[in-house]
Design a protein around this ligand. Structure first.
Ligand code: PMV
Length: 313
């Protein structure tokens, strides 16, 4: 049984979304996590995830291990104590691969969770609905990310652009006209949990000031959604620049991210900002399709470790 889940980028609204403001996120299908579950002649549940150099039997892993926790959570949700003996063999082999860079704001953890939940639940004849997959993936995000808004698991599970408000029913939205985004990876892994924790400390120390920043970000998100839906994506450039400066005020940018943002603008992007938790990971730039390659080249020259050009439609 196989399942796959895409990466994602947050277009607008990261961090403020943790405080109840809206955010916009879209799937990025050029990168994905893939999971295959097979019967095995070997006893036990064997997990192979070469990306993190993992080849282990489930019971040898601590229960809080990111991959073990997905499997254990799924078993307890399904009320399964031992999945063995389902097929011909003695056990299971679970092969996990992913082209999504880890800890970079592209949702690698949530994508692995979603693909693993889908492949394993189907293999065990307990196919889950998208809502059930999303809920489980969110439980896993909570184990590893402190106070996640749930935006990653949502956009990855439904594989559609989403207008996301924490705790509210999922709203997907349509693009009036396709637009091109260049993603630039600083190559610096950064833990979202840390930047979210730092923003929380700042917010606790000066709540009014940071609430105002979150309100400004919320305004940007609303205007951005209208621009996308009404077929005026070119308006997003200025909004990205503004959102980036507010993220700088939240202290979640970094010299490397700022350098890539500046390089993208100088190469003719209509606007650029960091995307996701910040400090490292990825930035995004809005460009005319014709300029995408040259913006991507400028990002590499400015230090990006890789770039992805993606069409949002
Ligand atoms: O770093 P990412 O792409 O997983 O995004 C985190 C987004 C935040 O708003 C910073 C945190 C959250 O839980 O929404």
């Amino acid at each position: 049984m196989k399942a796959s889940a895409p990466g994602k980028i947050i277009l607008f609204g990261e961090h403020a979304v943790v405080y109840g403001r809206p955010a916009l996120a879209v799937p990025v299908t050029q990168v994905h996590a893939d999971v295959e579950v097979l019967d095995s002649a070997r006893h036990g549940i064997w997990i192979h995830a070469p990306i993190i150099d993992l080849h282990a039997e489930l019971t040898s892993l601590p229960s809080g291990h990111p991959i073990a926790s997905v499997i254990l959570k799924l078993f307890s949700t399904l009320g399964i104590s031992s999945p063995l003996g389902r097929g011909q063999g003695e056990g299971l082999e679970i092969n996990i691969s992913s082209t999504i860079p880890v800890a970079s704001g592209l949702g690698s953890g949530a994508a692995v969770s979603v693909a693993l939940i889908r492949a394993l639940s189907s293999f065990l004849f307990h196919s889950l609905s998208d809502d059930e997959v999303n809920l489980l993936a969110y439980e896993i995000e909570k184990l590893h990310h402190g106070r996640p808004s749930g935006i990653d698991n949502t956009v990855i599970t439904y594989n559609m652009p989403v207008y996301f408000i924490k705790g509210q029913p999922i709203e997907t939205f349509k693009t009036g006209k396709p637009f091109t985004i260049v993603i630039g990876d600083t190559g610096i892994p950064a833990l979202t949990k840390e930047s979210v924790g730092d923003v929380r400390r700042l917010w606790l120390g000066n709540t009014n000031h940071f609430e105002n920043i979150f309100n400004e970000i919320a305004q940007i998100v609303l205007i951005a959604r209208r621009s996308i839906e009404s077929g005026k994506p070119e308006l997003l450039g200025e909004l990205m620049d503004h959102n980036h400066s507010l993220l700088q005020e939240l202290t979640v940018s970094s010299p490397e991210l700022d350098q890539l943002v500046i390089a993208a603008r100088q190469a003719g992007a209509l606007g650029a900002k960091l995307s996701g938790g910040g400090r490292g990971g990825n930035m995004i730039a809005l460009t005319d399709q014709a300029k995408a390659e040259s913006v991507a080249g400028a990002l590499i020259s400015a230090g990006a470790k890789r770039t992805i050009i993606t069409e949002i439609s």
